[in-house]
Write a protein that binds this ligand. Structure first.
Ligand code: SAM
Length: 194
């Protein structure tokens, strides 16, 4: 990929910004929405669970999780994506079901042991310091909490399951899922407990 391609990919999808970010957000909502919803289904949310969504982008997963959770907190470093998610989740934010925070996987601004489920779709490959992110995720997870990570298989960091185990997560399971759609690519899904 040339310099221009890398810039467009970064501003469109990696850390979405400006016009490219808005276009990227629209594409992600369409292309990755089914995976966001699938992960919510896999999470098996029950009761009034507290769900933390890392890198929610345009917010499709926030809306899906809010149907079943007590509260859903989305943490994303991109102001463009926070705006897109705010526009998608407006009523849920007003109702106190969804909160949006500017932060990242290694700095979520969440209290210790607050989340019963932590989810991430298509951003683990962007975390600059995954060890710091794992430590942060374990800090905010309740002792019995579940972690679900999905990432396009072709971009999944090698050895992610082993990495999660080394970071202290238990019951780590790696599977794959085929999202619907002709252009969709296989999702690598990792589930674990704190
Ligand atoms: C490729 S988009 C995926 C968005 C959405 N989850 C989806 O699958 O459509 C990546 C998202 O992760 C966010 N992001 C980038 N670096 C991050 C980090 N270190 N921690 C959390 N989110 C991050 C970006 O701002 C963007 O919203």
């Amino acid at each position: 990929m040339g310099d221009l391609g890398a810039k467009v990919a970064g501003k469109g999808f990696g850390l979405p910004e400006g016009v490219w970010g808005r276009v990227g957000g629209w594409l992600m909502a369409r292309g990755n929405g089914p995976t966001e919803k699938h992960l919510v289904k896999l999470a098996g949310l029950r009761g009034k669970e507290h769900v933390l969504v890392l890198g929610p982008g345009p917010g499709v997963g926030l809306v899906a999780a809010a149907k079943y959770a007590g509260i859903v907190v989305g943490v994303d470093p991109s102001d463009t994506m926070l705006l897109a998610a705010r526009s998608r989740c407006g009523e849920l934010i007003e109702a106190g079901k969804v909160q949006l925070i500017r932060g990242d996987a290694a700095d979520t601004h969440q209290p210790d042991h607050s989340a019963s489920v932590v989810m991430s779709v298509n951003n683990v490959q962007l975390w600059e310091d995954r060890q710091a992110a794992y430590a942060e995720i374990r800090r905010v997870m309740k002792p019995t909490a579940r972690l679900l990570i999905s990432v396009h298989k072709k971009w999944s960091p090698p050895g992610l399951a082993a990495e999660l185990e080394s970071a202290g997560f238990t019951n780590v399971v790696a599977t794959t899922w085929e999202p619907p759609g002709r252009r969709a690519t296989t999702a690598a899904i990792y589930t674990a407990n704190r």
